[in-house]
Design a binder for this molecule. Structure first.
Ligand code: EPZ
Length: 442
């Protein structure tokens, strides 16, 4: 039994108001960061996405006591009883974010013994920036079978230059530096809103962290970090996906929780397509009214505040039926075009030249069976299915669930016809999907 699928019908124009959950890429690192303190912390606005449950399991494995009030999206984490710095490869392979436990374990125990991380196959995703900069802080790292073993007597501050503003490396170095001797400077650091939410959380614990332009983060080590209460920022990637779904169906949607200030370039691109974006007071709340004649736009992904790579796949789906030609250049991950082949199966006109996808808008897409190889690709395929004629079945439900808390329910609330079919068993499932697709097509 491997995975379930989503069944998507051509949908009317999506309309209405919808809420957001907490940001997956903020809460994962913030849960991991709690190992730097010993005591009871409370996190609010915690999303129920599968990766969050994996991170909770990882902390429990280290000895933390955790209670998740899923109704209230409230997580109680007691790290007093943490007793281990070892995480098995099996657990580490479940997510990419698992690697973010290293910085906190080194700060807490001066030790970490972890397997290599998993995560979406959107590139080689090495962790060399993490390891070589831990080494600059005095950490001795060696490989033992498929384990990474890291040891340090006392972390020392360092001047660290990142050749690329890696989100994960920046976060891991910050967490280690909170307990280092002296002030660590990170030059060309990642300053994604999720990184800033981590910094806000650590600062509440008593960490001394400053962020200066251009992209320089300074962390002055302290002796004690205290447990905290923190509310996770809203998920800007969920907001972006919902806005794209509304635009794709020619709809109108209002997202009161959305913070426009963390989506500038993305919103600019929607406006360039001809959609009308209205921002609420103080940048809070985004209203989208679609144009019925969307123009194709080109874009280039990049580190924040550039166009977010996590919205590249759904934004590509949107260009598939806009008028004209768009060029999407993916500069963050070297292998993040897996969704292209699946969109072509639905009738899209796309060709790839190195890290550029050239999309020529077509009159219509057709429902068929497609496979989602990662989280954001699943979003792209579901959105294409909302517009395609006939029925689209998207397998790879586990990716959808890893990234979102029941996003299909929010789409249904806006009028979409998208249904989750949980895993039955492999054979029946595939037969059922294909039969369904053929039956619908005929
Ligand atoms: C985070 O991944 C996010 N994941 C990703 O979201 C997001 O796409 C990415 O940042 C960029 O915004 C989480 O926060 C859990 P990076 P991360 O380190 O930290 C290279 C999603 O869909 N690199 O900024 O893994 C790397 O290969 C996910 O929610 C090295 O070469 O991203 C990539 O090309 C997908 N060596 C680039 O840097 C390193 O040591 C950016 O990676 C580290 C990274």
């Amino acid at each position: 039994m491997k995975d379930g699928y989503l069944k998507v019908e051509q949908s009317p124009a999506l309309a209405g108001e919808v809420e957001l959950v907490g940001a997956k890429n903020a809460v994962l690192v913030i849960i991991a960061s709690l190992v730097v303190t010993a005591g009871k912390s409370v996190l609010h606005n915690v999303p129920l996405s599968a990766d969050v449950f994996e991170m909770i399991e990882l902390l429990r494995h280290l000895g933390a006591v955790i209670f998740f009030n899923t109704e209230k999206h409230e997580l109680l984490v007691d790290t007093t009883t943490l007793h281990s710095w070892q995480v098995s490869s099996v657990l580490m392979q479940k997510t990419r974010a698992s690697i973010l436990i290293m910085g906190g374990l080194l700060a807490r125990f001066g030790k970490a013994r972890v397997g290599l991380p998993g995560g979406d196959a959107i590139g080689k995703r090495p962790i060399d920036y993490h390891l070589k900069n831990f080494a600059k802080m005095g950490v001795v790292i060696h490989h033992e079978a498929d384990y990474l073993c890291a040891d340090v007597e006392r972390l020392v501050a360092a001047r660290i230059v990142l050749e690329y503003p890696s989100v994960g490396a920046t976060e891991n170095i910050i967490m280690a530096a909170t307990r280092a001797q002296g002030a660590t400077k990170i030059i060309n650091a990642a300053c994604e809103p999720e990184v800033l939410d981590l910094i806000a959380c650590l600062t509440k614990m008593g960490a001394k962290i400053t962020v200066e332009a251009p992209a320089t983060i300074t962390v002055e080590g302290v002796d004690v970090l205290n447990p905290i209460e923190h509310t996770i920022m809203f998920d800007r990637l969920e907001a972006g996906s919902l806005l794209i779904a509304a635009a794709a169906t020619g709809g109108e949607v209002f997202i009161p929780d959305a913070d426009a200030g963390v989506l500038d370039v993305f919103l600019l691109k929607l406006e360039e397509m001809g959609h009308t974006i209205t921002i609420g007071e103080n940048g809070k709340g985004i209203h989208l009214k679609s144009t019925q004649t969307p123009r194709a736009v080109s874009l280039k992904t990049g580190p924040y505040p550039g166009f977010p790579t996590d919205l590249q796949p759904p934004m590509m789906a949107l260009q598939c039926f806009a008028s004209g030609t768009s060029v999407i250049e993916e500069t963050v991950f070297e292998n993040r075009f897996h969704h292209v082949h699946e969109l072509i199966k639905m009738g899209a006109s796309i060709h790839i030249e190195h890290n550029k996808a050239i999309i020529t808008g077509v009159e219509r897409l057709y429902g068929t069976h497609v496979v989602a190889p990662d989280i954001r690709a699943s979003t792209a395929l579901v959105i294409a299915g909302l517009v395609a004629h006939g029925t689209t079945t998207v397998s790879g439900l586990s990716h959808w669930k890893r990234g979102y808390e029941a996003l299909e329910k929010k789409l249904q609330h806006l009028g979409a016809n998208v249904v989750v079919h949980e895993a039955q068993n492999e054979k029946i499932m595939v037969f059922d999907m294909v039969r369904q697709a053929h039956h619908e097509r005929d």
